[in-house]
Each structure stands twice: as C-alpha cells, then as structure tokens.
Design a binder for this molecule. Structure first.
Ligand code: OKP
Ligand code: ZN
Length: 344
C-alpha cells in the first residue's frame, strides 16, 4: 500500500503540556512520526509519497468555518501580544455559558475552541495540521481511485478534534475529513473504526446525527480514562444517526480477549452496514508498554488486528492517531499494516 507522508509534521513540536498540575514535555512529539516512517520504509509496504494540496473547503465539510478561520490566524493573534512561547488554553465555557459570541481577546477565543490544557498551539501548528489533512485526503483519493488501501502517516493526530474544538493533541480531524471525502466522491456509506486507546470524541461528535457515516470506537472507559466526558456505551447516535454510533468502553487493564470480543462485535456491525469504504483511526497507544494508556496489546495482537481489518474486504484508509511508547510506535503500526497486507 502507498504511504503518504510529509516532513511538515515537524512544524508542530509543542514544548510543554499541562499534566497532573505540572508542565511536562509533550508526549505527542515529532519523533513519533520518525519511528513510524523508519519502520514502514524498512518493510517496503510501498512507495512513500508527498501529499497533494487541497482547498481548505474539504476540511470545512466537517469543521465550522469560524473554527478554521481561528486556527489559521491563532498564532498571529497570540504572537502580536508579544509572546514567543507556545500558547496553552486556560479558561473554558461550561454549562450555561455563552458560546455563540466569539470573544475579542485571544484567551477567550482560545478557550471557546478548545477543551483541555494538554494541547499547545505553536507557530507551525496550523501548517502541520493542514498538511495532516492533506495527507488524509491524498490517501482517500488513492483509495477512492481504486487502490485497496493507503496509510496516512500524519501528525498531529485528529480524532479528538470536533466540529469546532481542538484538544487531546488534535486540531483537525483527519479521519473525519477522509470519511467525508469518501462521501463527497460517491461512497454511499462509510465507516470510521477507531482503535486508539482514547475515545474519538471529536469524530463521534462530527457524525453523531448522521446515518451515512457509522462510527465505532474501542477505548478505555471514560469513567476513568481521557477524554472523560464522552465515549459511554449508551451513546448510540441521535435523530437520523440513531443506531450508527457504537462505543466499546473497556476497563483500564482489560485483557486482549475482551478487546478482541469488542472488535469481533464491531466487525459484525460493519459487515451488516455494508459500507463502501473504511477509515481506521489507527492509534497504537493500546500497546502494553504505552506510558499514558492501560491496554495490553503487543505484536501478535497488532498482526491479528490488521488481519481482521483486511477480512472486512473494504477499500481502507489507515490514519495515524496516538501511540506514545515512542521507540516502539513504528513496529506497532507496521505490525498492523503487515497483518493487513498478509491477509488482504
Ligand atoms: C491523544 B490520542 C490533559 C492531558 C491528558 C491527553 C491524552 C490525549 C491522547 N491535560 N492527556 O487519543 O492518543
Ligand atoms: Zn489515544
């Protein structure tokens, strides 16, 4: 399969994130993509290609224009105040507060469009996030054009970014952008399957009231795991979308048997839905030695995951999400792709 990659991910290199009351070095760092790049190159899955450039309109199919306008100008607004360090949000609207009026002050705008303090915005964040979306769109175009699969090797990740919010290291929802592009290019039904350790709260929110894009996510139970406020089993969609959202919240520390029971149920539902295309939010923070997550997957499980995705027999776009055991992230991703290729 073709791999889509750009060096421009380096433009997003946050310094510190707020974590347990302290500013600590960012977990989501450029080395992650470097290890993935090295691993997929070594295995010769296919050519590694530069993304094409797409109009921002493709992103605005799933994100609010006022949110994208803000991301485009956020660094200029911030640096105009004299700052050269990364920006971190520190004040947010909660229940009962107004979100219809965008404040004039940067701190207010920044809080309006975000939901945590772990996601620094840097001088190059928008450029990197835009390129990440271009990578996802290029992968979608290749698969939409008839190839069996492609891998969008992008960072920062995307699945926590919703219609008008960033957070969880994510700014533009690459998986949602790709799924929407499948729809806009003729696919009738699309599935986004999210296997990252964390619930894809952004993706769920984007497609929650739609029946044309089914979202399924296997993740740490939000009662104890980030992002805490979404990802429960009773969230099944709304309106037209009722029945097209499926969450598998599993207790932190869950066995691999339990994880694959959830995947088996997801596979059954996907087959019943009969989609035309599949987008995989491929986080490998499910790895047993991940520093911020608590599942137990390893090489054999990643091979098996890849094989079970291949068995769906669908045009498939893989998009990189999380994975913070940096030295192992490349092998873990490569094993999923290897399992897929061996079974496809
Ligand atoms: C992103 B992805 C908040 C820090 C909490 C956020 C985890 C984001 C994971 N102050 N950590 O799903 O891998
Ligand atoms: Zn994650």
């Amino acid at each position: 399969m073709k791999i889509i990659y750009s060096d421009r991910h380096r433009l997003h290199a946050g310094d510190k994130e707020m974590y347990r009351g302290q500013l600590v070095p960012c977990f989501e760092k450029p080395e992650r993509a470097d290890f993935v790049y090295d691993a997929v190159k070594a295995r010769n899955f296919g050519p590694i290609l530069e993304p094409k450039e797409f109009a921002v309109a493709a992103i605005e199919r799933v994100h609010a224009p006022r949110y994208i306008r803000f991301l485009e100008k956020a660094w200029d607004l911030w640096s105009a105040q004299g700052y050269t360090n990364d920006a971190l949000p520190a004040v947010w609207p909660v229940r009962g507060h107004r979100t219809d009026i965008e404040p004039d002050h940067f701190a207010g705008k920044f809080g309006l469009y975000s939901y945590d303090s772990g996601t620094p915005f840097t001088a190059g964040t928008w450029a990197a996030a835009k390129t990440g979306a271009d990578i996802a769109l290029t992968a979608q175009q290749i698969v939409g054009g008839g190839e069996r699969a492609a891998f969008a090797l992008s960072r920062p990740p995307g699945h926590h970014s919703g219609p008008d919010f960033f957070g969880g290291y994510c700014f533009v929802n690459n998986a949602a952008v790709a799924a929407q592009a499948f729809r806009d290019n003729g696919a009738k039904r699309v599935v986004v399957l999210d296997v990252d350790y964390h619930h894809g709260n952004g993706t769920q929110t984007i497609f929650y009231d739609r029946s044309d894009v089914m979202f399924l996510s296997i993740h740490g139970d939000p009662r104890t795991e980030y992002p805490f406020f979404l990802g429960h089993a009773d969230e099944t969609g709304s309106g037209e979308g009722l029945g097209y959202n499926k969450n598998y919240p599993l207790p932190a520390g869950s066995s691999n048997a339990l994880w694959f029971d959830a995947l088996g149920d997801a596979v059954r539902r996907i087959n019943e839905f009969k989609p035309d295309a599949l987008v995989i939010s491929l986080g490998v923070d499910t790895f047993a030695d991940d520093p911020i997550s608590k599942f137990q997957l390893r090489e054999p499980e990643y091979l098996k995951l890849g094989a079970q995705i291949a068995a769906l027999n669908l045009p498939t776009v893989f998009i990189l999400e999380g994975g913070y055991a940096v030295a192992e992230i490349g092998h873990n991703v490569a094993h999923v792709l290897q399992g897929f290729e061996d079974a496809a």
